[in-house]
Design a protein around this ligand. Structure first.
Ligand SMILES: Nc1nc2c(c(=O)[nH]1)N[C@H]1C(S)=C(S)[C@@H](COP(=O)(O)OP(=O)(O)OC[C@H]3O[C@@H](n4cnc5c(=O)[nH]c(N)nc54)[C@H](O)[C@@H]3O)O[C@H]1N2
Ligand SMILES: Nc1nc2c(c(=O)[nH]1)N[C@H]1C(S)=C(S)[C@@H](COP(=O)(O)OP(=O)(O)OC[C@H]3O[C@@H](n4cnc5c(=O)[nH]c(N)nc54)[C@H](O)[C@@H]3O)O[C@H]1N2
Ligand code: SF4
Ligand SMILES: [Mo]
Length: 686
């Protein structure tokens, strides 16, 4: 912290407006944050902030922030005191616990939980202390699929480095979604790194790419298999690496024989020659890396298999633990906020591998199962830092389920669409108003970087942090022994304890943050898989009833697979949720400078598709699936693949993309929703 004028100080902290957690400097004058800039010394953003980060104070001081608890009554949402809100919520939870058992409580923590360790950790702790295994988060629609698929293969979770020799952006558009990677690509292209884009839209970076492949949504696993085929059939693989570190390669050789590039061309729309070219290129590059879209594969039918196929490609080309490839990096060990609980979360019977891998359990339930579980299995739903009514698939199913609940509590800064359905809304404070830990693991040479998130200003109005609310509720439910920390600072000290970096050190000596752990590229002698090796062939997959070697699975609803009646009714491919640079999911729609850049959503279609359906750029259109309809303007753009409709997510009301998606249309291994390749119809309105 640097003191300038008498009542002015500059606090080094992080931005949590998305999960990147860039470093920033907040100027505080007389207790009010007045300016924010990027922190030059932060290795991720190096002094820059994206437009959302620049607008953070407009969010923090936004006039629409909720500053008092609210209760739903016949006359709508009414302001009540914290005492009343906490007493009544605790009483209702207690009654449900006694009448039906504690597992009827479900917790939901949004994407802001990934970047807000305290929030997600405390939510998990609270439900476990209460006695429920049902914790849900965006992890069952986003990202955990890749972690699990890589753990299945490596026992560990190797990640892409920011600096690479060959960037293969596979369904990932850093211009919109990945500001730090965008900065890194700019730097590295200037020094000669190569770039490949695999995307059904010709994203801006494709103009600077060495190769652009326009793929059919949902068909990525087929292309990855054909690349493996090409590398294996032509003996282009890294024999030394494979022999030393992997098992199952011999079975892979047999397995991929039929998956020729010509076979894949039919499925993927990508010419066989281009698939060959990329495969060869990857095989001869050390420091090549597939940057898997952060949730793209996750939301396709073959997502787990595609993620496994990407792992296999990294392995057979010897691009594991080399600079620029995928690297197993050290992870900070935090104080264990989690708490054991008996019972399994919803979905673990149907999707066992999502919850349990070799006895290593993850705390997440399968969120697509929530609508059907209310009210028999779930009766109370507590949302902290999420907007599931807009962000989870099948908003109609979620809304109906929420209306069947005995209790819906939402802790948020704003009155979101989910909050408007709640029985109680609790005012949350922003990241500038509470203490926390920020860390990021894919910076320079895969070293994690850690920073203390500082409380820069006091909570606005009656807003309160997650630590405070859960502690208060725990007290009222006789669970105080599980929330022993007397202050939020004390809790963050506990989190930091095992890391070797203390609160005081990070506050006073290293306010800008510090690298954590040691850089090592050599392969460890043994990996924590049952065989101790990289498992190209996976017994764990076989035991869970899935193919032990990567396979392709056609999307459940596609022009090739769906019943003809459905295809006739919905002849176009629908992909949802490509990112908008100016918003994070459903957030920030009320911030004027951001609004000015992106005032409304657009469904993107190609010119031939537009002509065929008699649509012109700017026309208002209705997009329909068998689950529902949305209305938005179309943008006609030759950059997007013909026959595909791109609908952004995060917009509320009749523009909500998740009115189109289906909680029952799931990927078969982890139960993720298929949101990247569905079928739809488009027609002009008016
Ligand atoms: N500005 C902003 N940044 C964000 C977020 C945000 O809301 N706003 N959200 C954050 C979160 S939580 C996440 S998970 C990440 C998401 O990050 P990503 O999942 O990487 O999303 P995008 O960067 O939009 O890139 C997805 C690209 O995939 C393409 N695509 C669509 N379907 C397919 C397909 O089937 N196959 C292939 N190969 N490509 C396809 C789209 O055209 C799009 O260009 O972004 C994070 N960053
Ligand atoms: N169709 C479709 N749907 C998608 C996707 C897609 O690609 N297609 N992407 C999915 C993905 S990858 C993700 S990660 C999810 C995201 O899903 P969500 O996390 O549910 O979405 P957000 O709109 O970011 O909601 C975060 C909420 O947290 C609140 N908040 C912010 N900071 C704090 C805080 O400190 N404390 C508390 N208590 N609240 C806070 C914000 O005001 C906001 O309302 O959306 C998913 N939905
Ligand atoms: S990318 Fe933008 S919103 Fe995300 S942490 Fe960095 S500055 Fe904040
Ligand atoms: Mo996400």
């Amino acid at each position: 912290m640097r003191h300038t004028a008498a009542h002015t100080r500059v606090v080094y902290t992080d931005c949590t407006l998305c999960y990147h957690s860039c470093g920033c400097k907040v100027t505080v004058e007389n207790g009010r944050a007045v300016a924010v800039e990027g922190l030059e010394s932060h290795p991720l953003n190096r002094g820059r902030l994206c437009p959302r980060g620049e607008a953070v104070l407009e969010n923090v001081y936004h006039p629409d922030r909720i500053l008092t608890p609210l209760k739903r009554t016949n006359g709508g949402l009414q302001e009540i005191s914290w005492e009343q809100a906490l007493d009544e919520i605790a009483a209702r939870l207690d009654r449900l616990r006694r009448e039906f058992g504690p597992e009827v409580l479900a917790m939901f923590s949004g994407s802001i939980g990934v970047e807000n360790l305290e929030m997600a950790g405390l939510a998990q702790r609270f439900k476990a202390a209460f006695g429920s295994p049902n914790f849900f988060s965006v992890e069952s629609v986003c990202y955990r699929m890749r972690i699990r698929a890589r753990q299945i293969t490596f026992g560990k979770y190797p990640t892409e480095e920011l600096d690479s020799e060959l960037y293969i952006l596979w369904g990932h558009n850093p211009d919109a979604s990945d500001f730090p990677l965008k900065l890194a690509i700019d730097r590295n292209l200037d020094r000669g790194a190569k770039l490949v884009i695999i995307d059904p839209r010709r994203i801006p970076l494709a103009d600077r790419a060495d190769l652009y492949l326009r793929i059919r949504p949902g068909s990525d696993a087929a292309m990855a298999l054909a690349m493996i085929h090409e590398i294996v059939a032509n003996e282009l693989y890294d024999r030394r690496f494979v022999e030393a570190f992997a098992i199952g390669f011999d079975r892979l050789v047999e397995h991929v024989r039929p998956f020729t590039p010509e076979w894949a061309e039919e499925i993927t729309w990508v010419p066989a020659a281009k698939i060959r070219e990329l495969a060869r290129w990857m095989a001869r590059t050390k420091g090549a890396s597939i940057y898997q879209g952060t949730c793209t594969q996750d939301q396709t039918a073959a997502g787990v298999q595609a993620s496994r196929a990407f792992s296999v490609l990294q392995v057979i080309t010897g691009n594991i633990n080399v600079p620029g490839g995928w690297v197993i990096s050290p992870r900070p060990r935090f104080g264990n906020v989690g708490l054991g609980v008996s019972g399994d979360p919803l979905g673990s019977d149907e999707y066992p591998l999502f919850v349990d891998l070799w006895g290593r359990r993850s705390p997440y339930g399968v969120v697509t199962k929530v609508p059907e579980a209310v009210p028999d299995r779930l009766k109370a739903f507590y949302v902290v830092g999420g907007n599931p009514l807009v962000s989870m698939p099948d908003s109609n199913a979620f809304r109906e389920a929420f209306r069947r609940l005995d209790l819906l509590v939402v802790h948020d800064l704003f009155l979101t669409e989910t909050a408007r359905e709640a029985h109680y809304v609790l005012p949350a404070c922003s990241h500038l108003e509470k203490w926390g830990v920020a860390y990021t693991y894919n910076v320079c040479h895969c070293l994690p970087y850690m920073m203390l998130r500082k409380k820069c200003i006091e909570p606005l109005g009656g807003s309160r942090s997650e630590w405070w609310v859960f502690t208060q509720l725990a007290r009222r439910l006789g669970l105080e022994e599980h929330f022993p920390w007397r202050t939020e600072e004390e809790f963050v000290r506990f989190e930091l304890e095992p890391t070797g970096l203390t609160f005081d050190e990070l506050l006073h000596e290293k306010p800008e943050g510090a690298f954590y752990g040691e850089k090592r590229y050599e392969m460890p002698p043994s990996l924590p898989t049952p065989s101790g090796k990289i498992e190209i062939y996976s017994e764990a997959m076989a035991r869970a009833g899935a193919d032990p070697l990567p396979v392709y699975l056609e999307p459940e609803r596609s022009p090739l697979s769906a019943p003809s009646e459905l295809r006739q009714r919905y002849p176009l491919i629908l992909t949802t949720g490509h990112r908008d640079y100016y918003y994070t999911h459903s957030q920030f729609r009320g911030i004027k400078p951001l609004q000015a850049h992106s005032p409304e959503p657009h469904a993107e279609i190609g010119p031939e598709t537009a002509a065929r359906w008699a649509l012109r750029d700017g026309d208002l259109a209705e997009i329909e699936t068998d689950r529902g309809r949305v209305r938005m303007r179309v943008r006609v753009d030759p950059r997007v693949a013909e026959g595909v409709v791109f609908v952004p997510h995060g917009w509320e009301g009749e523009q909500n993309a998740n009115l189109l998606t289906d909680a029952r249309c799931r990927e078969p291994i982890f139960g993720y929703p298929q949101m990247k390749a569905l079928l739809c119809a488009v027609r002009k309105v008016g």
